[in-house]
Every structure is written in C-alpha cells, then in structure tokens.
Design a protein around this ligand. Structure first.
Ligand code: PEP
Length: 257
C-alpha cells in the first residue's frame, strides 16, 4: 500500500520571514494527514525557520530542493545531506528539470546525489520527464528509461525502499498545460515496468510515483484517481496556503479518510 504524497516545491521563492508566515498559516489549516504525507520544500535559507514553525512533532515533512553528493569539503556554495538532516529535512528533490536544464545536471551526477541522500536516510524525490520535442518525436519512453537507468544505475533493490519518483513532463512545468491524467498514467505505468525490469517487482510495487506539472486544486483529483499516480509534486500552486492546502485536502479525501 503506497501512502499518497503531496509535495510542494517552492523553488527560489519566499524569504525566511515570508516562509514563517506561510508555514504558520499552513499548520492552522483544517488539514488531516492521517492517510497522506505532505511535504514542503523551501529554499535552503528558510529551512531552519520553517522547521521551527512546523513545531516539534510536525504533521508536514520538510524537504530540500537539492544537495551536494559529498558530506563536506571544499565545495563553495554547496549544501550536503548531513547539513540537511541536521536542519530536520526528511526529503530532498533531485534531478528537477530546472536543475538539469539550467545547471547542467546529468544522470551520472544525479546518481551521486541519490547515493548521498540514501546514505543519510533522506527520501529522494527523483524527477524524470521528457521535453516537448521528445514527446512530439515519440521518444518519451526511451528518455524516461534512460533517465531512470542512468540515475539508478547499480543500486541494489534493497537500497531503494525510500525512493520516490516524480514524473514531470518538462512541457507541463510552469506552463499551465498539465498532462492529461491518461498521459500521466501511461508514463507512470512505463516507469513501474522499468523498475520491475531493472530492479525488482517489489521496488516497482512500493515506489511512490508522483505527477508534477501545472497541478492545481482544479485538476489534482483527476490525477489521483489513477491507481498508478501516488500523489503530486506541486510548483506554482504550492506558493499560496489556500491552493496547497486544498490540494492536500483533496488527496486526503480521495483516500476515504
Ligand atoms: C515543478 O517545478 O516541480 C512543478 C511541478 O511546477 P508547476 O506545478 O508550477 O508546474
């Protein structure tokens, strides 16, 4: 049984003080997390303040948007997994398409980051997804399989119990043009087949696969209705308390709780 997960990727938005105001408001929302996991991923600079605002036994998990693969050392400007753990993070987004496109991250580097996350018991949310031209040229399956095989190369199935995958078609991110639930479900099924072939049927059955790309309160239920879609990675709509809390509430409602 996979617990649905709603994760908010704040990207480079909100100062620490804005983050505190947001978090205080969010925790006051009538939002039950008895049957779902809810995660927010603020910028590094707001992690400590958000952790404090979430309180001592938080119902909402804290995530980071990136990490460096080494634990410490001469890596000016970088942040390591132990540093994130120390700040209370339990999740980390890796391989986001913005990092791939704007910062040159490739699968081999993302692989090293995944190793670091898993070593330090951070749950990685590994993003994969095809560009518009790749979709239009009919290579979506190939691209996704290549990303999975590159990022997850050499991992023993037993190492992947904490893995979460987010299918994020690049053409749907921040564009307001979400994939249809059918398009998303098709790719989620192909990801599960690839996990079975490359790792194990149990990894395929237990890995949560989120959909991301212009998810809103209006369209989230359509995605969650598919048995292969285990939640959402939300960008734009996670920046307002109302829309993020509504998405989480709809996910909770879908579980029947
Ligand atoms: C994202 O960047 O992970 C994302 C899904 O963004 P948006 O919801 O704004 O498309």
């Amino acid at each position: 049984m996979r617990t649905p997960l709603i994760a908010g990727n704040w990207k480079m938005n909100k100062t620490a003080s804005e983050a505190v105001r947001f978090t205080r408001e969010l925790v006051q929302q009538p939002l039950s997390t008895s049957a779902i996991d809810v995660v927010i991923a603020p910028p590094f600079t707001a992690l400590a303040a958000v952790r404090d605002s979430l309180g001592p036994a938080p119902a909402i998990g804290l995530g980071a948007q990136n990490l460096h693969w080494e634990d410490h050392g001469a890596y000016t400007g970088e942040i390591s997994a132990p540093m994130l753990k120390d700040l209370g993070c339990r999740y980390v987004i890796l391989g986001h398409s913005e990092r791939r496109a704007q910062f040159g991250e490739q699968d081999d580097l993302i692989h090293k980051k995944l190793l670091a996350a898993l070593k330090h018991e951070l749950k990685p949310i590994l993003c994969v997804g095809e560009s518009l031209s790749e979709r239009e040229s009919g290579t979506t399956a190939e691209v996704i399989e290549q990303q999975l095989n590159g990022c997850l190369a050499g991992f023993e199935p037993a190492r992947l119990t904490n893995l979460i995958i987010a299918y994020e078609p690049v053409w749907a991110i921040g564009t307001g043009k979400a994939a249809t639930p059918e398009q998303a479900a098709e790719v989620h099924q192909l990801i599960r087949r690839a996990l079975t072939a490359g790792w194990s049927a149990s990894v395929a059955a237990s890995t949560r696969i989120l959909y991301g790309g212009s998810v809103t309160p209006q369209n989230v239920e359509g995605f969650l209705a598919s048995p292969d879609i285990d939640g959402a990675l939300v960008g734009g709509a996670c920046l307002q308390v109302d829309s993020f809390a509504t998405i989480a509430r709809l996910a909770q409602k879908q579980t029947g709780h």
